[in-house]
Design a protein around this ligand. Structure first.
Ligand code: NOJ
Length: 794
């Protein structure tokens, strides 16, 4: 029998279901849930005391960015001993700083499938932000998730699979915050393309609104919100709302997503900050849950006092459009993680930052600066090198071409192999385009997600230095035009035993990719080298996935997807080429046969509408629902070149003995509906995170070399009647284990209630579906070695 609450939920569900068909609606959800400081109780009390001493003007200052030395700045309140906040990009480095490390990108990190490396990367990066006096790191990225293969920023995040991305985010945040900095998980939510991410002006000065990502209720829960839930559960301090509109309403003033999903359903206790310039109103955003406006002023160079926040916050409180209790909540949300991480005792901002930060005009000094050019790299190069190798995926290796063993001659080809010639920092307008620079290795990509390198080890440099050990003759041509021209390789004599071709794929914030093959006539380059050299090995450095038309070329004997390895690029790749490291990276996405195979999730690119004044232009309907990446290819039974989760090793593995243990009281016999919970804790209803089953398998190294295996567990949930398609298999567990030749190890995967549930749009709750749930364990999304099933609800 339904209670009143049950009926209300059902009615709400019905409304949302009806609206889901119409995609572009965002139901209002007010008021904004205040933080209780759950999990941060002592710090919350400190924040409360702090807020009670502030004037209204000071409160407004605390929630509004100002010009200063960092990418984002909150001004000091000296009379209360508060020195202000320094927010810096980005997800793979403290972006603009000197003497800092440039780590492998999120994409590379995901390809490692290695929780401990994910965690250490976060920890070390966090240490560097702190050493530079930066309180908040604007990362990690879980949106874009990677719906569209052409997305320009997918590489900043981890993987189009929400489970893998969720784990990577959780590990990164935990590491970062353990170092004492606040992480800022971004961009929330539905930010899946660069094209028209921001509003623009038509020729006659009419605003054309930003693209609206129109996402149905189930898809938002099971895909795009999923990794944010992991982040909130990991205790992330802050979350950045995105530029795009979500179901018609700007993400930073969307009450459904901010008040409803994030602060309500997920119980987020920290603060929401706007992406820079992503605020489009004051009162509407504040009441819809936005806690901090960045950069504050409406323009960097214009009047530094004009803002949607700032003085308008004071005015809105005074005229009653915003309750002062809401402003108090905003400040408490900002100050609680600050006290929790003891940021009231903190290193000063590096004295070089003002010179590095070209955004703002000169400003009145209210920030305490320390010494300039502080060294923070602290031996992190070792981890960077290791993670760069761990995130490199061996896709093809005919006749054990790799690892190399003392070749007499090596050829090195391609404009990605050598040192960079356009500088070590890929930010700024010269690097914000679709093409990138022609000459030089691609260790990271462009835009705010890049990092200023203090050095780069190029592949050619690392190869030359390794080759001297064996007396190998190394010949090279780095000019792609020459390589692909008739007779272009005639100077290469003798013909090398092995030819290494280095390809790259640029991407940058602000632009979507224009193709999915690597850049600079890559296919011409591979075909030319392969017709010359019957042992051609292709290595790609790429900001996203690549299609590889040459993958089946008989002379292409090995392929390595090296992604974006960071500053130790060449060393990371050489370690794999020579077998110092046995490759263990796995694809965190699918490589399809053709670029057109990805057209199911297109970038909405209404270039023909650019002159329009129609506010309904730029609608991106996520009609594919849950079926992105491997979920699409599996559902439609489509062949691919290399599937999600795939990657070779120099050894071989097998799997046996799948078993399922049900946890008494939680597992079999329990009902599908989520037990009610009061209160909601960070991460949402705690029952979602309860372990119901543990799957175990035994993995054996059946080859002759030590190596790391990545066993993976995929669940096959039943189709839900009357709902859009459920993916055939979804990743719900993975581990990385090192095994000696002949060694076996038992591996356990905990399945939480969330892992077994789908989002029921009617009841507005997670629910375990009735019927058997398939449990498949193997070494990729298409290589299942062990299968069984479990049933929770009969
Ligand atoms: C805009 C980008 O979208 C965001 O990721 C970045 O943190 C800010 N700019 C600040 O640079």
């Amino acid at each position: 029998m339904f209670t009143l609450a049950g009926w209300t939920a059902l009615l709400a569900g019905l409304t949302i279901r009806a609206l889901a068909q119409d995609y572009s609606t965002s139901p209002p959800l007010y008021p904004s849930p205040p933080t209780q400081g759950t999990g941060w109780e002592a710090a919350f009390a400190q924040a409360e005391a702090f807020v009670s001493n502030l004037t209204l003007e000071e409160k407004a200052q605390l929630v509004t960015g100002t010009s200063g030395p960092c990418v984002g700045n909150i001004g000091a309140v000296p009379r209360l001993g508060f020195d202000g906040l320094c927010l810096q990009d980005g997800p793979l480095a403290i972006r603009q700083a000197t003497y800092a490390s440039v780590f492998p990108a999120g994409l590379t990190t995901a390809a490692s499938w290695d929780r401990s490396l994910m965690y250490l990367r976060g920890l070390y990066m966090g240490g560097e932000f702190k050493g530079k006096g930066s309180h908040v790191a604007l990362g990690p990225v879980v949106g874009p998730l990677g719906r569209a293969a052409y997305g320009g920023r997918n590489w900043e995040g981890f993987s189009p699979d929400p489970y893998l991305t969720g784990v990577a985010a959780e590990q990164t945040i935990t590491g970062m915050q353990q170092s004492g900095i606040q992480a800022c998980l971004k961009h929330y939510i539905g930010y899946e393309q660069e094209s028209q991410r921001n509003p623009s002006l038509s020729a006659d000065n009419v605003t054309i609104e930003a693209v609206s990502s129109n996402i149905d209720d189930r898809t938002i829960h099971e895909l795009y919100l999923w990794p944010f839930a992991n982040g909130v559960r990991a205790g992330v301090a802050s979350i950045m709302c995105s530029y795009n509109r979500l179901n018609g309403s700007y993400a930073c003033q969307n009450s459904k997503t901010q008040n409803g999903l994030l602060k309500g359903e997920l119980g987020f206790q920290g603060w929401i900050v706007s992406d820079w310039g992503g605020t489009h109103a004051g009162v509407a955003s504040i009441n819809a849950g936005l806690d901090m406006d960045m950069p504050g002023p409406l323009s960097y160079s214009g009047d530094q006092n004009s803002s949607f926040f700032g003085g308008n916050v004071t005015q809105a409180v005074n005229n009653g459009s915003v309750a002062e209790t809401r402003v108090d909540d905003m400040v408490r949300r900002i100050m609680t993680p600050y006290f929790y991480l003891q940021q009231n005792q903190y290193p000063p901002i590096d004295g070089e930052e003002p010179a590095l930060n070209s955004n703002f005009p000169p400003y009145d000094y209210q920030f305490t600066l320390g010494a300039a050019n502080v060294e923070v790299r602290d031996g992190h190069a070792q981890l960077i090198r290791e993670l760069g190798s761990a995130g490199t995926v061996l896709l093809k290796n005919v006749n054990n071409t790799l690892p190399l063993s003392a070749p007499q001659t090596l050829g090195v080809f391609g404009n990605d192999a050598g040192d960079v010639v356009d500088g070590l920092y890929f930010s700024g307008s010269a690097f914000q385009n679709q093409y990138g620079y022609e000459y030089g290795n691609l260790p990271v990509a462009g835009g705010s997600g890049t990092g200023r390198m203090s050095y780069l080890v190029s592949p050619l440099e690392a190869i030359k230095s390794r080759a001297t050990q064996d007396g190998t003759l190394v010949q090279y041509i780095l000019n792609n035009t020459l390589i692909s021209s008739a007779g272009g390789l005639s100077s290469i004599l003798p013909v090398p035993q092995i030819c290494l071709v280095f390809l790259k794929t640029w991407a940058s914030e602000g632009y979507d990719r224009i193709g999915l093959e690597p850049d600079w006539n890559s296919t011409g380059v591979v075909n030319s080298v392969a017709s010359h050299c019957n042992n051609t090995i292709v290595i790609t450095n790429s900001a996203g996935l690549n299609v590889m038309p040459w993958a089946t070329h008989p002379n292409v004997t090995a392929i390595l997807a090296a992604h974006l390895p960071g500053q130790e690029s060449g060393n990371s790749i050489v370690d794999v080429l020579y077998g110092t490291v046995n490759p263990s990276g796995k694809l965190p996405y699918t490589i399809a046969l053709n670029a057109s195979d990805y057209n199911f999730a297109p970038i909405t690119n209404s270039t023909t509408l650019v002159e329009t004044e129609d506010p309904n232009s730029w609608q991106s309907n996520f009609t594919e629902g849950l079926l992105i990446d491997y979920r699409h290819f599996d559902y439609y039974n489509q062949s691919v070149a290399f599937e999600f989760g795939f990657g070779l090793s120099y050894t071989t593995f097998d799997m046996s003995g799948i078993q399922i243990q049900s946890h008494a009281g939680n597992g079999n016999g329990s009902v599908g509906a989520l037990p009610p919970s009061n209160p909601i804790v960070p991460g949402g209803n705690p029952s979602l995170w309860e372990v119901l089953f543990t799957v175990s398998v035994t993995v054996t190294n059946t080859g002759g070399l030590a190596g790391a295996a990545v066993p993976q567990v995929y669940l096959s949930l039943p189709q839900i009647r009357g709902e859009d398609p459920t993916p055939l298999n979804v990743l719900r567990g993975f581990d990385k284990i090192m095994l000696q030749p002949g060694e076996s190890q038992s591996v356990k995967f905990d399945l939480m209630r969330r892992d077994l549930s789908y989002w029921n749009t009617m009841t507005q709750q997670w629910m375990i579906p009735s019927g058997p749930i398939g449990v498949n364990a193997g070494f990729s999304s298409r290589d299942f070695r062990q299968k069984t099933q479990l049933t929770v609800v009969t």
